[in-house]
Design a protein around this ligand. Structure first.
Ligand SMILES: [Zn+2]
Length: 417
């Protein structure tokens, strides 16, 4: 393991900035609430912008609400190396999610600048607008914005107070009529790097500070509706029942078993939301509606499990004389990280004695949207008990510094060749 003193990046500066940012929108002692395009979000973005300028970058906030700081390259026309993440948060969020990716990226570029390293291509440090998607119920807004991938009507989406995204953008100081100006031409981005807390328990389990991401697994989101027949809980004999909730219970168990059958695979399956009709203690449940979330980095295996699950659902509905409707809400494919970038990360990590392992990302990130236009690479930093989207979220500055050091060395390699 490399000793902390051997770090190229400035650990103290990084720590100070993380601490200062954690005060903006602070809640519950160690948490933050910085909803996208809110006053707190603006304050955070302005603060990071001032640090970018202090580091010698040219910084601006575009009309999507993205903060972009640029370090010019030897060839200013060359496609850009983009590095970043987000500083908006969930309503009951932690102080590291997204933040370490933005401040780590800034640390990378500031270190280069201090060492008088002129990159071959321009480097842009980005804090993307609205990664989380909790305010307007649709995330990855800023990153999809610059790539020209917003959907019809996205500016008309409202938050729970009835404020549209368009109005929120204006309040933030953006001009939603000029969005096209903030888009990036095709092929203008060479690659994207993102460092993020793992939001899972694997690195902690293996006792390692840093991991190299192999890809972001795409979720399959289904909604299942089972329908039986309501009746008095006190009188209808068991063999005559058409109990939709009993069917649902068996489907939940089946999904859990199917996703667990290969303990070495990263497959995960979850039923996280359910409504019961008529929802009364003395009526046999007639209708049950629930969600299914199934993820895997191996799309073939995910397809296989989905098929097995659908077969089980048919058997269960038949057994309990239920009818069943399944709708597909989201079906994203896994997006793999660039082999070239993973190799650089692996070599650099071995060289400093980090020996980072490879792991996949279950949650999605800004990098997911970038994966459709350029090569991308991601670094995960260990977080305590895998907790995130919670004020209890925690990573040590030692681990964050090691991740940032790897990010620095990776970026350096990429802009030197
Ligand atoms: Zn995040």
């Amino acid at each position: 393991m490399i000793i902390q003193e051997a770090l190229t990046i400035n650990k103290n500066r990084l720590e100070q900035r993380i601490t200062i940012l954690s005060q903006i929108g602070k809640i519950a002692g160690t948490g933050v609430c910085r909803l996208t395009l809110s006053d707190e979000d603006r304050q955070a973005v302005e603060t990071v912008k001032s640090w970018m300028e202090e580091a010698g970058l040219t910084a601006k906030i575009d009309d999507f609400g993205n903060l972009i700081g640029r370090l010019e390259g030897e060839n200013p026309k060359a496609p850009i190396l983009m590095i970043g993440s987000h500083v908006d948060s969930q309503p009951y969020g932690g102080r590291f999610d997204g933040v370490i990716g933005v401040l780590g990226a800034l640390e990378v570029v500031q270190t280069m600048k201090e060492k008088n390293i002129v990159p071959s291509m321009p480097i842009e440090v980005v804090a993307f607008s609205d990664e989380e998607g909790c305010r307007f119920n649709k995330g990855l807004f800023g990153v999809r914005g610059i790539l020209g991938k917003l959907e019809e009507g996205e500016l008309d989406r409202t938050d729970k107070n009835g404020i549209t995204r368009r109005e929120a953008l204006v309040q933030f100081g953006c001009d939603p009529t000029q969005l096209k100006e903030s888009q990036y031409p095709v092929d203008s981005i060479h690659a994207f790097l993102e460092m993020h807390i793992e939001q899972g328990p694997i690195l902690e389990d293996k006792g390692l500070p840093v991991g190299i991401v192999t890809g972001i697994s795409g979720p399959l989101w289904l909604t299942v509706e089972l329908e039986g027949f309501a009746g008095h809980a006190g009188s209808v004999p068991m063999p005559m029942r058409k109990d939709a909730l009993v069917g649902a219970a068996k489907v939940i168990v089946a999904l859990n078993e199917l996703a667990s059958q290969d303990a070495s695979a990263p497959t995960v399956g979850t039923v996280g939301s359910m409504t019961i009709f008529p929802d009364s203690r003395n009526i046999i449940p007639e209708k049950v509606r629930f969600t299914i979330d199934l993820r895997d980095i191996d799309i073939e295996r995910r397809h296989r499990i989905e098929k097995q699950l659908r077969n089980r659902i048919s058997e269960i509905t038949e057994e309990h004389q239920l009818t069943c409707k399944i709708s597909e809400d989201t079906n994203s494919e896994p997006r793999y990280c660039s082999d070239r970038i993973m190799k650089i990360m692996k070599d650099e990590s071995d060289q400093i004695g980090l020996h980072a392992i490879e792991l996949m990302s279950g949650p999605f990130h800004d990098a997911l949207a970038m994966s459709y236009v350029c090569d991308y690479g991601m670094i995960f930093v260990r977080c305590k008990d895998g907790i995130s989207h919670n004020p209890k979220e925690f990573s040590t500055i030692e681990d964050i510094s090691l991740g940032t050091e790897l990010l620095y060395r990776t970026a350096l390699k990429m802009v030197k060749d």
